[in-house]
Design a protein. Sequence first.
Length: 267
Amino acid sequence: MGRLVHVRAVVEYDGTDFSGFQRQRHARTVQEVLEEAIAKRLGQPLHFACAGRTDAGVHALGQVVSFDCETRVPSERMAVALNSVLPPDVCVKQAEEVDPSFHARYSASSRVYLYVILNRSTPSALLHRYSAFCSAPLDVEAMRKAGNCLLGEHDFASFANELLPGEPTARELMACHIRRRGELVTIRVEANAFLRGMVRTIVGTLMEIGKGKRAWEDVPCLLAARDRRLAGPTAPPQGLFLLHVRYGQRKRYGEQKDKDSCEEYGE
């Protein structure tokens, strides 16, 4: 028997062949794969938690999980031990023993998501698993103006799917940065927490604005309406990445005034 430790791990995964993060019956999930690897190499995991329960097809570069286990494996060897039994579409980038008070979800101050759009006339055989395809030219400047209207604390009920009865819908959006790099348009959003489907609905609405199907000035009215039927469609899952989870002090960006006013991948 080893000693009881509390572990924090940073996980990367390709969500294409998963039915989401959270464990489900008769479905392949990231949680199930991770828990099986932990049981094999460290010890039976207890009190398993994650920072963000990503949907089917959504990827992660910086998902964070926490759990307890009795193990003899030293902290510096945990990631190597887990990766030796994990499938190729899941990787533990870092694992360490942390204070028992740490909780992957409740200790987080904000989550950062990145959405990737391939904006050209033809789809890509290489990028189709990691981007959404849009053949119509996107007006990125109009999308930026719309994104700035979402900053701050608002009721995001219009941008949420499958709300539970009485579920609070107020969230604080600290960043919405939109950038074009050749044929790729990226949308990077950060909030204290997100509602189910919120990021993808924001993206779907911004894409409609970029296509000229609705005006960016309509966004305040969408927020005030609290009606999911008035917002845009839910964007496809394959373009979405859980990029980073912040703990401690939150970083505040303010409005994006132009394409060079943010650090797209800076943490």
